[in-house]
Structures are given as structure tokens and as C-alpha cells.
Design a protein around this ligand. Structure first.
Ligand SMILES: Nc1ncnc2c1ncn2[C@@H]1O[C@H](COP(=O)(O)OP(=O)(O)OP(=O)(O)O)[C@@H](O)[C@H]1O
Ligand SMILES: [Mg+2]
Length: 336
């Protein structure tokens, strides 16, 4: 099914949690909604699930206006940010709760519960209560509860936030693979830009309730529509420097360059180069991030390979391919 937000606004008092959101999700797509805390991600999902009534605008599912349809009549399953598992029920009962109250046949519910539990690595944990599970296991039970419904669409609100890094990477891959095999339209919410980059068919970046940009991860990373998107995706983030400084550009602009797009000259001083002093060396194993101070005081992050030979206080020569620069209007912040 397709999903469309049409100029959806949601005010809480005078806070605009969503400000004229226009967003379309195609059938079978996995769209990641990403943005900083408080930007309106959960509100967008809650409006879609029918848990929140928009102040204005419409929500369409497969071209049908569902804005005033009650939640139980919408064929979407939501995995909430705050789990909401029933504490007095085992994993098995939690997972099978929805199908049971819809009076589906008991052996069919059992079969599907066990199948989903296997897919999520919960086999041995079905008879435990939530307080006998780790945070990550609880999160997987919550995910299983949504999956067992086989709805038309999944709405996932930071379902992996309680997992440790290893499990999180695994669960991420599982969700993507699961999505591929089920093919249900999915909106996945996260504030983690790396998660957005790796999971989404497309990414929608939200800030202060406003949609900043939608595109494939490559489009949004390589051609950020504005300064906010430029600074939000990428780790370390894009260097953003006032125009006219070490990175060139007109004075009424802000010039951006990603840490991996700055070259360190090995021997000869490059024609368009500039000098900088290494202030800090952060070795991350597979890469090294140098924090450097340029002649004019500008600070830049420079990404380089593993086992970097550069040490603090060394002076190095840097250069930037002009084609790798991103130019933004100083006042509007829009890409030029
Ligand atoms: N019920 C409510 N009453 C008043 N304000 C609310 C309510 N729900 C959300 N807000 C406000 O709306 C804005 C968006 O909230 P929302 O929960 O959608 O953000 P979010 O992007 O999901 O953030 P997070 O990443 O922290 O979960 C915030 O400023 C929040 O304080
Ligand atoms: Mg939220």
C-alpha cells in the first residue's frame, strides 16, 4: 500500500510538532524518517496510526483518505518507542495478543508466533515474562508482536534503541531482510543517521516538524539540500566554513566539505593547498580522524586511513577538490 501525508500539521499548544508535512511512501518501500530529538518523528507515526488527530492536512493510504478513521480500522502495525509489553504476559502471550483478541484460530496463532520468534532469535524465550528478559530481548518481543499481525504496513519508532551495538547491527540487518521478504510498506523512525543511511530505500530528514529533504541515502549524502541536512548526515559531520576562508567561496556563502574529501599532501605542497596544524588524532581502527587548525584559525575534521602517521602538533598541507565542495547560501542555508 502507498502512504501519503498531505500538508499535515500538528500543533500541541503553539508548538508545531509537524509543520505542513508532505511525504509520499511507495508500495513496498522502506522509508527511514530521521531527525534530531523532538523534530516530530513519533508524531508523524502516531498521526498515521490514528493515535493523534492532525490539526490540518490529510493522510492517505492507497489513495484513500483515512484522516478520521479510528486506529483499529487502519491496517498498520506500530512498534512503539517505549515498548509497552504487557508485564503479566509471557513473550508468547504478548506476541499472540493481537491475533487472539481478533479470535484467530489458536493453532494458527501458535504457529505464526513460533515462526516469528524463530526469525527474531527468540526461540528459547517464549515462556518468560518481560522482567525476565534483557532490554534487547524485550525489544525483539515488541517487534515480533508487530510482525505476527502481517499488516499492510509497519510503523517502527526507534525499535532498536535499547540494543547494544552488536545486537543492533544484527537486528538492523534482520529488519531489512525481513522487509525484503515480506515486502510490506514500512516507515522506520530513528535519530541515528548511520542507521538511516544503511537501512532506507529512501531517507526523509525532518527538523522542527519540517521536511528538509527526501531521497536515496546517496542523494541526500552527496547533495544535501541545505545546511541542516549537510551537518546532520555523516560522522564526523561535514565541515561547514564561512565563505572566503580556507575553503574559498563567496563571502555570502557557507562552504561545506566532508572530512573524507580533504586530501593530505604527501610530499609537494599542492598548488591550491593550505597549511594546518594537527590538534588531535583520533584512531578508530579502520580509519583515523584528524582535528586540524588552519592558518586562519578554522577547525576542520579530516578523515584518513588506518595507522595514520600524523601526530599532534605536526604541520600538514591540505587540499580540497573544488568539485567536492558544497556551497550554501549564508542566510537561507539553501544549497546553491
Ligand atoms: N502530547 C504532547 N503534548 C505536548 N507536546 C507534545 C506532545 N507530544 C509531542 N509533543 C512535542 O512535539 C514535538 C515533537 O515530538 P515527537 O515526540 O514527535 O518528537 P520525536 O522526533 O519523536 O523525538 P524523539 O527522537 O525524542 O523521540 C516535541 O517538541 C514534543 O515536545
Ligand atoms: Mg519519538
Amino acid at each position: 500500500m502507498t502512504i501519503r501525508f498531505e500538508r499535515v500539521s500538528k500543533f500541541f499548544g503553539d508548538v508545531a510538532a509537524l509543520d505542513e508535512l508532505d511525504l509520499s511512501v511507495s508500495d513496498g518501500e522502506l522509508l527511514v524518517l530521521v531527525g534530531p530529538s523532538g523534530c516530530g518523528k513519533s508524531t508523524a507515526l502516531r498521526v498515521l496510526a490514528g493515535l493523534e488527530q492532525p490539526t490540518s492536512g490529510r493522510v492517505l493510504v492507497s489513495d484513500r483518505d483515512i484522516t478520521s478513521l479510528p486506529p483499529h480500522r487502519r491496517d498498520v502495525a506500530m512498534v512503539f518507542q517505549d515498548l509497552a509489553l504487557y508485564p503479566h504476559m509471557t513473550s508468547r502471550q504478548n506476541i499472540g495478543f493481537g491475533p487472539r483478541i481478533r479470535r484467530e484460530p489458536a493453532d494458527e496463532v501458535r504457529r505464526r508466533t513460533e515462526e516469528v520468534a524463530r526469525q527474531l532469535g527468540l526461540d528459547g524465550l517464549l515462556d518468560r515474562y518481560p522482567d525476565q528478559l534483557s532490554g534487547g530481548q524485550q525489544q525483539r518481543v515488541a517487534l515480533a508482536r508487530a510482525m505476527v499481525r502481517a499488516p499492510q504496513a509497519y510503523l517502527m519508532d526507534e525499535p532498536l534503541s535499547d540494543l547494544d551495538v552488536q545486537l543492533r547491527l544484527r537486528a538492523r540487518t534482520e529488519i531489512v531482510e525481513l522487509h525484503r521478504s515480506i515486502g510490506a510498506t514500512t516507515i522506520y523512525v530513528t535519530h541515528d543517521q548511520a542507521e538511516a543511511m544503511t537501512m532506507g530505500d529512501r531517507i526523509a530528514v525532518l527538523a522542527s516538524g519540517r521536511l528538509q529533504q527526501v531521497g536515496t541515502p546517496a542523494q541526500v549524502y552527496d547533495e544535501p539540500a541545505n545546511r541542516f541536512v549537510a551537518g546532520f548526515l555523516g560522522s564526523p559531520p561535514m565541515n561547514l566554513v564561512p565563505g572566503g576562508g580556507v575553503l574559498g567561496g563567496e563571502p555570502d556563502t557557507v562552504v561545506g566539505v566532508r572530512p573524507e574529501d580533504i586530501s593530505i599532501a604527501a610530499d609537494r605542497f599542492p598548488a591550491d593547498g593550505f597549511r594546518a596544524e594537527v590538534a588531535l588524532v583520533e584512531s578508530l581502527g579502520s580509519e583515523t580522524v584528524l582535528s586540524v587548525r588552519c592558518e586562519d584559525g578554522t577547525r576542520l575534521a579530516v578523515r584518513t586511513g588506518p595507522r595514520s602517521p600524523y601526530r599532534a602538533n605536526a604541520t600538514i598541507a591540505l587540499s580540497v577538490d573544488p568539485g567536492r565542495r558544497h556551497i550554501f547560501d549564508r542566510d537561507s542555508g539553501m544549497r546553491r
